[in-house]
Design a binder for this molecule. Structure first.
Ligand SMILES: CC(=O)SCCNC(=O)CCNC(=O)[C@H](O)C(C)(C)COP(=O)(O)OP(=O)(O)OC[C@H]1O[C@@H](n2cnc3c(N)ncnc32)[C@H](O)[C@@H]1OP(=O)(O)O
Ligand SMILES: O=C([O-])CC(=O)C(=O)O
Length: 375
């Protein structure tokens, strides 16, 4: 069993920084819940749009409400021409998270949130069009194609795959995208969500909160870990090679991306779900390398460090098997986590006090100012 962490000091670890009714993370007997529902039940039985509705509107939708919501989102998928023009100007070798951040920010100038009454409308618009922001830029700069940003795909996950690959995705791939988007949707006071809440606490607009959150998610210690995990996995041809190099990396005290967690102590409940789907996708494509290599890394990390895969590790191979370029992994996280970020912004706004902690001063004692001529 992994040792209990010391929950104090650096990184605000273990300190309660506010209240939320949105999710619980790592509570005994309930690994991860969204508004009281176990994420594993949601991933097994719900559509991502149902979960988005749950987070943003407070309760699971009825059949009629879900149909209306999906119809509404479908009608909001296209990008404004001015945003397409901006995306075309962003270089091909830009990081796609910078593209998402810029896309969000530009939309904030084109369709600003003028009052907080518009917060849900603006969130639905971002939810519907984020896949197109990523895919329009990617297909234009990498393939020279100006894609149609609408599709008649029923779900957001299917819509994303359709825009990316320019064709109807398989039912299995739509299913896995749906599960993935559910798993990534919400996670209490993680770094990017806390960023969004800090920004919201100044009474700033939704686009600023989301733009700031995207910046936090980008780092490899947070959302960027799925991309970093892929870069690790694809270095190896065999499980033996992976194990040998892992031991060397651990000896050097390297951080292994996709392992460990700030809150979970023994396992990340999202891992078993996405690992199962990664295995199904591996079987579908007849993979004999990536999945066994991933399992070897997983085993070595547990044996050597008692560290377990977090949500990001098996997402890497799952996305890869669906033909998604590695650099788009973290932007997919944005498309999902937007729901959690926005729900936290609404919650912060509903009971706001500016977030402004104190610092422990560790600098020099107070001293006499010396004019520049005398220094
Ligand atoms: C969706 C998500 O955002 S999930 C998180 C994604 N991030 C990653 O996968 C990046 C890799 N993981 C990490 O860097 C960390 O585990 C974090 C950032 C997730 C959590 O950080 P912390 O809460 O500070 O970690 P924690 O307190 O458990 O660290 C305990 C020890 O394990 C080590 N450790 C933790 N994770 C790892 C890892 N992935 N590889 C190697 N060692 C690790 C730490 O270095 C630390 O050792 P030390 O005491 O000798 O310094
Ligand atoms: O909670 C965290 O610190 C990171 C995480 O797993 C997430 O944001 O999904």
């Amino acid at each position: 069993m992994a040792e209990a962490k010391v929950l104090s000091g650096a990184g605000l670890r273990g300190q309660v920084a506010g209240q939320t009714a949105l999710s619980t993370v790592g509570q005994a007997g309930a690994g991860l819940t969204y508004r009281g529902y176990d994420v594993r039940d949601l991933a097994a039985g719900a559509e991502f749009e149902e979960v988005a509705y749950l987070l943003l509107y407070g309760e699971l939708p009825s059949k009629a409400e879900l149909a209306d919501y999906k119809r509404k989102l479908k009608g909001l998928r296209d990008l404004p021409q001015a945003l397409k023009e901006v995306l075309e100007r962003i270089p091909r070798d830009a990081h796609p998270m910078d593209v998402m951040r810029t896309g969000c920010s530009v939309l904030g100038t084109l369709e600003p949130e003028l009052t907080f009454d518009a917060q849900r409308e603006k969130t639905d618009r971002l939810l519907a069009l984020f896949p197109a922001v990523m895919c329009y830029w990617y297909r234009f700069t990498h393939h020279g194609v100006r894609i149609d940003c609408t599709s008649d795909e029923d779900t957001l996950g299917g819509h994303f795959l359709h825009l990316l690959h320019g064709k109807k995705p398989s039912a299995l791939h739509v299913k896995v995208m749906n599960v993935s988007l559910i798993l990534y949707a919400e996670h209490e006071f993680n770094a990017s969500t806390f960023t969004a809440r800090v920004c919201a606490s100044t009474l700033s607009d939704l686009y600023s909160c989301v733009t700031a959150a995207i910046g936090s998610l980008r780092g490899p210690l947070h959302g960027g870990a799925n991309e970093a995990a892929m870069e690790l996995i694809e270095r190896f041809q065999t499980p033996q090679e992976a194990t040998a190099e892992l031991l060397r990396m651990l000896e050097r005290k390297d951080k292994i991306m996709g392992f460990g967690h700030a809150i979970y102590k023994e396992s990340d409940p999202r891992n078993e779900v996405i690992k199962g789907w990664a295995k199904q996708l591996a079987d579908e494509v007849g993979d004999k390398v990536l999945y066994p290599v991933s399992e070897a890394i997983d085993k070595t990390m547990w044996e050597q460090k008692r560290l377990f895969p977090n949500a990001d590790f098996y997402h890497a191979s799952a996305y890869h098997f669906m033909g998604i370029p590695t650099k788009l992994f973290t932007p997919i996280f944005v498309c999902s986590r937007l729901t959690g970020w926005a729900a936290h912004v609404f919650e912060q706004r509903a009971n706001n006090r500016i977030i402004r902690p104190s610092a422990e001063y560790v600098g020099v004692e107070q001293r006499q100012f010396v004019p520049i001529e005398q220094r």
